[in-house]
Ligand binder design. Structure first.
Ligand code: GLV
Ligand code: GLV
Length: 334
């Protein structure tokens, strides 16, 4: 049966393929190629339509996808039917993927935890200080030619040291963010399902319920994943509980906050300020937020340092290699 043998041999020698849905650092391709894997990366920074996504993944063994790619039941079914073995998300959050369904269909889903923890926590602090000290307003003030010299009451902000810091979600990033507060000698409160002994021991942090945290905190930072339980966790009722000097920071997912309610709370000065890296309907932003002075906005760049984005690329690629080598990938999410 020489012909059959020929085909079998040819199939065996075909290189495994990874499709990368959008442009990520080349470190991913280099890692894959050094493992004898053929990597194809789209050179674009916007997601494919559903049909184009299907066309592109049908010959892949593994797909490296981004948080803007919607991996729903239809895509998962298509992937499984076409021999795709896993989706490796280039992000720590994976609310863009129907993980329960992927599990049911026996296809791996991985993320990039750990490598971006401190980078994201640092961005939350950058937003916190930008808000507390009104850095964006100050910058604009100078560019607008309004600086006439030192003034006693110019652009007054809020002290950070000694204040109460509320952490919602004390996982890896929430913990790193809280630990960075040590130099500011803050009173730390947190909300989490679990007791966080590191925070309790190192910062004397107290685990409280959400409403208590919202009532007592001067600074509130969100570090929870987006799940059905955390959707609109912060809404009109919750803004009503917060202090008028409260500053709200979000580097998690936009939909954890009801963005319309937030705009209203900022406009009516129910809370003082917000620092936001994430939005409900990215890249769209609630229009009202764009007209307010008391908000600092960033375009979802919390993990965006050169080092961390390279490390995320390598981590996603490693997970793809594990899957191709039929091992359980290190960062499987279920
Ligand atoms: C970015 O938002 C991430 O989840 O990594
Ligand atoms: C995500 O990395 C988290 O657990 O905070």
């Amino acid at each position: 049966m020489p012909i059959k043998y020929f085909f079998a041999e040819k199939k065996r020698k075909t290189m495994a393929k990874v499709f990368i849905t959008q442009k990520i650092p080349n470190a991913a391709i280099e890692y894959l190629q050094s493992h004898g894997i053929d990597a194809i990366m789209r050179n674009e920074v916007f997601p494919l339509s559903k049909n184009d996504l299907k066309n592109n993944i049908k010959n892949a063994d593994v797909v490296i996808c981004l948080l803007t790619d919607i991996i729903d039941q239809e895509i998962i079914d298509f992937a499984v039917d076409n021999g795709v073995k896993g989706f490796c998300n280039y992000a720590v959050g994976y609310n863009n993927i129907d993980v329960n369904y992927a599990k049911k269909r026996n296809i791996w889903v991985t993320n990039t935890p750990g490598v971006l923890t401190k980078t994201t926590a640092e961005m939350a602090w950058a937003l916190l200080f930008s808000a507390a000290r009104r850095i964006v307003e100050a910058h604009k003030f100078i560019l607008d030619g309004k600086f006439r010299g030192w003034e006693a009451t110019l652009l007054l902000g809020y002290d950070v040291s000694g204040k109460t810091l509320g952490i919602i979600g004390a996982g890896r990033i929430g913990t790193a963010f809280a630990l960075m507060s040590a130099g500011f000698e803050m009173n730390v409160l947190y909300v989490d399902e679990n007791t966080n002994s590191i925070l309790e021991e190192k910062l004397n942090a107290k685990k409280v319920d959400l409403d208590t945290l919202l009532k007592k905190s001067d600074f509130i930072s969100l570090h929870t994943p987006l799940t059905p339980e955390t959707k609109y966790l912060i809404n009109k009722d919750k803004f009503n509980l917060m202090k008028p000097n409260a500053i709200l920071i979000n580097t998690s997912r936009g939909t954890v906050i009801n963005e319309k309610d937030l705009a209203e709370a900022l406009k009516s000065k129910k809370i003082a300020y917000a620092g936001l890296d994430v939005f409900e309907n990215e890249p769209l932003i609630e229009k009202e937020l764009l007209n307010l002075g008391n908000v600092v906005l960033a375009p979802h760049i919390a993990s965006g340092t050169k080092e961390t984005r390279d490390n995320m690329a390598i981590m996603a690629a490693k997970n793809a290699v594990d899957i191709i080598q039929t091992k359980k990938p290190q960062n499987n999410v279920y």
